[in-house]
Design a binder for this molecule. Sequence first.
Ligand code: NOJ
Ligand code: CA
Length: 561
Amino acid sequence: MTPYPTAVGSNTTATIARYGLTESSLRLLGKLFKSGRIRPAAPRRTMDAKPKGPRWWHGATLYQIYVRSWRDTNSDGYGDLPGVIAGLDYLQWLGVDAIWLSPTMPSPDEDWGYDVSDYLGVHPDLGTLADMDKLIAEARQRGIKIVLDLVPNHTSSAHAWFTDARSGRESAHRGYYVWADPVKREGEAGGGPPNNWRDAIGEPAWTMDDASGQYYLHNYLPSQPDLNWWDPRVHEEFRDIIRFWFDRGVAGYRIDVAHGLYKDALLRDNPPLIGGGRLDGGFGLRPVYSSHRPDTHGVYRDWRKIADGYSPQRLLLGETWMGDLGVLASYYGQNDELDLAFNLPFVFAEFNSGALAGVVDETLAKLPAGASPVWTASNHDISRFPTRWGGGDERKARLALLVLATLPGTTTFYYGDEIAMTDVAVPRELRRDRMSPGVGTEGRDAERTPMQWDASPSAGFTAEGVTPWLPLGDNAHRNVAAQRDDPRSTLCLVRDLLSGTDETFFQTVSARGSYTAAELLWGHKFTNIFLPPTADGIVRIDLRLIDGTEPAILPEIAPKS
Ligand code: NOJ
Ligand code: CA
């Protein structure tokens, strides 16, 4: 049984009659939206089973803000929390339900906040605890929730726990991290790392601590030592941390490397990666023993009890980096672990009907009943979809946005998606990300450039004359101000899709008069071919690019009924 009784999608059956999406078919589509057979985003999607009652993220739109790139209010070239506050009216207008903030805690920024040195504070570049409290309150007034990024897999080497841990084998916090004696292998002089694990840049995942003569583990940079989740005190620390922010009104966490917490107690070698892609391993190894350990599930069952004890229930959204959708589903447990688990197979699917439909079908089939899938197409680690899927063609970006907004479950947009912001080719000398060589891309900076608010030389991101921390993209070409004034823009399309209720969406569209359905997607270059419900009640939308220069793109979104 799938969690959703209805379906949105297309099929390839040429025998089914097709309708161009004219005004009349739009009305028909509107009726179907109203009937609940197909649904746009916002409070539009409901669950067929609600074992614990409705949760605010079911059918919601989350919006990821990479804080350093959103809006700079003190002219230091970095976006900050007051800048997030300044953008709240915009996000309310857009119709988002919650904001996921990229890391906000103090950090030496070897990995831009994913190396936390204090879990209970706010990074001074971004603001103060008072700014965070103000943001939570101001957002709440606008009906928007704040979700923080939590990094439980590792800390910064500058964290006080690690400073103490490396002060000696007997130190109080030694057991918070993963230490191992050198292992002597044939042909090696003084012994080497205990196993073959590699870190995120392809180097050995073990660094020798000369003072104590032991290695410590780091699955990311050497300045990001992995925590040892076999130590119960680490559990206690994180229970306190998650309560600390929940008590301040934070609505949930995006959990970094959610699949990674426990490591094999015997530190066995990872097996070779045979076949498989980027989601299955790296550097020739399958991370069987360095991540996805069964004990990790217990952590989320524990946290879930804490999160469910709050009103409204707090969200646990995992960064679950894996290629197997069955394993992904296992992180939902029996609806008693993560509330949402990011779907990377969807992100990395080819932008065509078969690939997308395959992932959607399988996801819906595998999640436990009543669970919500979560769909996203871009984030701060992955090339933006208008580039990756769309090659910069805004028509394709609009198509992808329509797909994202109408898929059942929860949608997460990355800042700038709504104006079809593309990746920016950042010259090597301006790059700020140290981990990119390991993630096998041109560089993650490409998708982290400042928000394009307007066409001015600073893009409205910072004060005129200030050099932003990363270079600007083509803000003259795509920016919020211009698109807000144009009812046919991509921004207004997204806003309509998120506009609250199904009815509002169609009223808005109808009220536009000349704003025909084809124009809704892209002038007259898109046609949206709507297929009537089949005998089993499944409705399919077949979105097709018809300008004659591109092959048809048919995102099929047809969960099994
Ligand atoms: C995943 C985060 O999204 C990424 O930016 C970071 O580098 C790694 N986890 C390590 O924390
Ligand atoms: Ca700033």
